[in-house]
Design a protein around this ligand. Structure first.
Ligand code: UN1
Length: 504
């Protein structure tokens, strides 16, 4: 079997000593063919606490290292990723099931955020502020925060950690990472590459700077509940995020939440339908519909509906579904049987709500018997019905026809999630209406590109049940630091603010 054959040499090239982790009952299963790639030991709550203690000690040393020097470690890590892009990208494909192009793209996303963070390590700026008092100066200083807990999902098993970790490290924090229990091997490999960068960096990178916790709910809860962890950044389902948010809130810790998306696109009368078709196919069927930014709802103006929908049907019917390691495949497997069952349940709900479904059936792929492969589905709906309000992590694109832009924008905003959105139009008024404060309510709003596949330079995240957090570019780094406001008196008097007189 193809996945098994290459695994040992891949792990070897990535510097992974699997024996350190083997021997438990946590199975790393490849979605490609359902093969068990490794059986790993899960960390208990006690083991997690020990790792947090190590990370806490590392933080106390690391915060004293100048930020540009901290950036050097992230630069070295980026070098390791460049040197091992092929191997890590392949391992992502084997463990998450995304096609090789996207596995490589995921590693590129890690490299990009490292580059961004290296530059940032010289730009952790604070403001100076005009004081109301004579002989006084005010300023803001950004300080490291502490141990940052990162909980990541299977679908971007390594990039999402790196968005958080690259920023956290240059900001002077240590990181404890709990990856999805579906993707432990890519996490172990990433940690191995980071440790290699640490060895090259020298001894001012303290042990424990990056800790990896393998396990399920028990380990995750220990991380979320630990008073030594001032910030938890969690990516995954809204259900998980609500639990994390409540636990963090109960101890008044911070959280960054990047949860479910239910992303829409509006195709307006003036849209370039050729571009729109390509964008729709990539954003709805790419990654087998398992991105949080995946396009799930399509609102097509009635004047272009008859031209667009047949094109989409043709494109969806001919998409190459198959082994994601093979060149030419564009749609790999769903992650597991539960994802397949969830997709079938959503499709039958769509039919029950008046939808006409094409595609969605299981596809058998030779040599990949136990993988859950599907033909991406289109569901033409009479209206935005109940099932369209849910995020189903599978390639289902619901299509609804619209007349007025205002109604399409209202539908875009009518769901509980608020991650990403887009419009295809060549009409400046429509584009601006969509981007305006009365337009899309999402954290990401695009014109003439799809809702998925964001660059790292922007702040990434969304509103409402998406959780409100922002990760990655722009000024997202501020969430990983604490802000101190400093007022300095260089005069010989002691004037009080607000002109208060208090002469004892
Ligand atoms: C996710 O699915 O959790 O914008 C992240 C995108 C990717 C990140 C997706 N850069 O689709």
């Amino acid at each position: 079997m193809q996945t098994g054959m290459n695994l040992a040499s891949l792990l070897d090239a990535l510097g992974v000593d699997l024996a350190r982790h083997e021997g438990g009952d946590l199975q790393a299963v490849s979605p490609i063919d359902g093969a068990v790639m490794a059986r790993l030991r899960a960390d208990s709550a006690a083991a997690t606490e020990q790792k947090i203690a190590r990370a806490q000690a590392a933080f106390e040393a690391w915060r004293m290292v100048p930020a540009p020097r901290r950036g050097e470690l992230v630069r070295l890590f980026g070098d390791e990723l460049r040197a091992h892009k092929e191997e890590l990208g392949r391992l992502v494909t084997m463990e998450a099931g995304k096609i090789l192009q996207e596995g490589l793209g995921e590693v590129q996303e890690m490299i990009d955020i490292c580059d961004f963070a290296v530059g940032l390590s010289r730009q952790l700026y604070g403001l100076t502020i005009a004081s109301e008092r004579p002989g006084h100066r005010m300023m803001e200083t950004w300080h490291p925060l502490g141990v940052v807990g990162v909980i990541s999902a299977f679908n971007f098993p390594v990039a999402v950690w790196s968005w958080n970790a690259a920023l956290a490290f240059v900001c002077g924090n240590s990181v404890v990472w709990k990856p999805s229990e579906k993707t432990p091997l890519t996490a172990i490999a990433t940690q191995a590459l980071f440790e290699r960068a640490m060895r090259r960096f020298g001894n001012d990178a303290p042990d424990g700077l990056s800790e990896l916790v393998i396990g399920g709910r028990e380990a995750g809860q220990a991380l979320v509940d630990d008073p030594r962890v001032p910030l938890v950044s969690a990516t995954g389902s809204t259900r998980m995020g609500k639990a994390v948010a409540q636990r963090c809130a109960s101890r008044l810790a911070r959280s960054i939440l990047e949860l479910g998306g239910n992303n829409a696109m509006i195709v307006a009368p003036s849209a370039d339908l050729e571009l729109a078709t390509r964008a729709i196919v990539f954003s709805a069927a790419g990654t087998a519909g398992q991105r949080c930014t995946t396009l799930r709802r399509l609102f097509v103006h009635e004047s272009v509906h008859e031209q667009l929908v047949p094109r989409l049907k043709k494109a969806f019917a001919s998409l190459p579904v198959g082994n994601p390691l093979e060149a030419g495949t564009l749609v790999g497997p769903l992650v597991d049987a539960a994802a397949f069952a969830g997709m079938q349940a959503a499709l039958s709900a769509a039919r029950g709500q008046g939808g006409e479904v094409t595609g969605g059936e299981r596809v058998s792929v030779p040599g990949c018997g136990d993988g859950f492969y599907v033909r991406p589905a289109l569901a033409e709906m009479p209206a935005q019905s109940g099932i369209m309000h849910q995020e189903t992590f599978a390639p289902i694109l619901y299509i609804v026809r619209y007349r007025e832009l205002s109604e399409a924008i209202a539908w875009n905003n009518a769901v509980p999630q608020g991650l990403s959105s887009s419009i295809f139009t060549n009409d400046l008024r429509e584009a601006e209406a969509f981007l305006a404060s009365s337009g899309s309510d999402c954290g990401i709003a695009n014109v003439n590109i799809g809702p998925s596949g964001a660059e790292i330079g922007g702040a990434f995240g969304g509103e409402k049940e998406t959780g409100g957090g922002r990760e990655s570019g722009s000024d997202a780094w501020k969430a990983y630091m604490r802000r101190a406001t400093n007022t300095i008196n260089y005069s010989r008097a002691l004037p009080l603010a607000q002109g208060i007189s208090f002469d004892a």
